[in-house]
Design a protein around this ligand. Structure first.
Ligand code: SF4
Length: 320
């Protein structure tokens, strides 16, 4: 709720004041039990900073993050460490996120050693049994628990990351672009695996992505970010069929159409994104928006609900 992360430029250390970089500026959303909320937007829009702030892997500047009604931002380091039992993450890079000196089985067993199993402390034999079960659940052969990460392919490493995140039966898994470093065919397997696991165990995903085809496949709702703000939130069907915010429209129009005979309504986005160190006043999209008017430069549009048949669509625009 109203999450902010402003980075202070290192130059401020050198006593040459620079404005802080407003990577995330007043972002609010909810993720329901068993739901996948996708966070999308172009590079630098603040989606990964938002996801890591939710985990407190980055300390937010202000705002509120609640899990099951409990405020996380006021917790001490030790309290937060214990809360991570319910809050796990799958990282983008399956090559950098696994300790190369640990065997695969030990990597997956690490959360079990730190926290005990889903129902309490575990003996080494119970831990071994759960690791074998987790390997089977994510489609890895249990014998491969003795291997080191470099002996696995990229897709298999990401399966290891998923097994590690799943070990404690968390309530929410933050998926930080979990398939963007993988081949397309492997991407599909990993996305389908995540969906199967959610159907079986009922955890929620906060799914950070820039690939809209993947988002369309996996998400229940989508939040679109632009320059540190959430500009539209809607259920998947509504967002892809009837986007309201001009930025969402432009983003969706960039998705290639498979059939070359289908006329593509491509809208080109003009210019580069402004610097988050000096964002435009009012609506941050006004410097690139084809519909911008005078009011857009002066007044920030609030994210407000619109009537739709079926789902709920929230849009931050003066005219949509
Ligand atoms: Fe465009 Fe104005 Fe709407 Fe912003 S508020 S998206 S500038 S029309």
């Amino acid at each position: 709720d109203n999450l902010r992360k402003h980075y202070v430029s290192p130059r401020q250390w050198l006593r040459k004041p620079r404005p802080p970089i407003q990577a995330v500026d007043g972002v609010s959303f909810t993720v329901a039990k068993g739901e996948t909320l996708a966070l999308v937007g172009e590079s630098g829009c603040g989606k990964t900073t938002t996801a890591k702030s939710v985990m407190r892997l980055i300390e937010p500047t202000s705002g509120s993050v609640q899990l099951d009604g409990e405020e996380l931002l006021g917790l001490t380091k030790e309290q937060m460490r214990l809360r991570r039992r319910d809050l796990q993450i799958i990282f983008q890079d399956p090559y950098a996120s696994l300790n190369p000196r640990l065997r695969a089985g030990d990597i997956v067993a690490e959360p079990l050693r730190n926290f005990g199993g889903p129902t309490g402390p575990m003996s080494p034999a119970e831990r071994r049994e759960r690791v074998q079960w987790l390997f089977a659940r994510v489609g890895l052969r249990p014998e491969s628990a003795a291997k080191y990460p470099h002996e696995f392919s990229g897709g298999q490493r990401q399966r290891l990351g998923i097994a590690r995140a799943l070990a404690l039966n968390p309530k929410l898994i933050v998926c930080d672009e979990p398939v963007s470093a993988l081949d397309v065919s492997v991407q599909a397997q990993v996305v389908n695996l995540l969906m199967d696991l959610q159907a079986e165990f009922g955890m929620a995903y906060l799914f950070v992505a820039h690939d809209l085809a993947v988002v369309r496949h996996i998400s229940h709702r989508v939040a679109v970010m632009y320059l540190g703000h959430v500009v539209e939130v809607a259920d998947r069907a509504t967002l892809f069929a009837a986007p309201r915010h001009p930025y969402t429209e432009i983003l969706l129009s960039a998705v290639p159409v498979p059939n070359p005979r289908t006329p593509a309504k491509r809208i080109l986005l003009q210019g580069d994104p402004p610097s988050p160190a000096n964002p435009p006043t009012g609506c941050r999209f006004h410097t690139r928006c084809p519909l911008a008017q005078e009011i857009c430069k002066q007044q920030r549009p609030e994210l407000t609900p619109r009537d739709t048949s079926g789902g709920t669509q929230w849009v931050a625009c003066h005219f949509r």
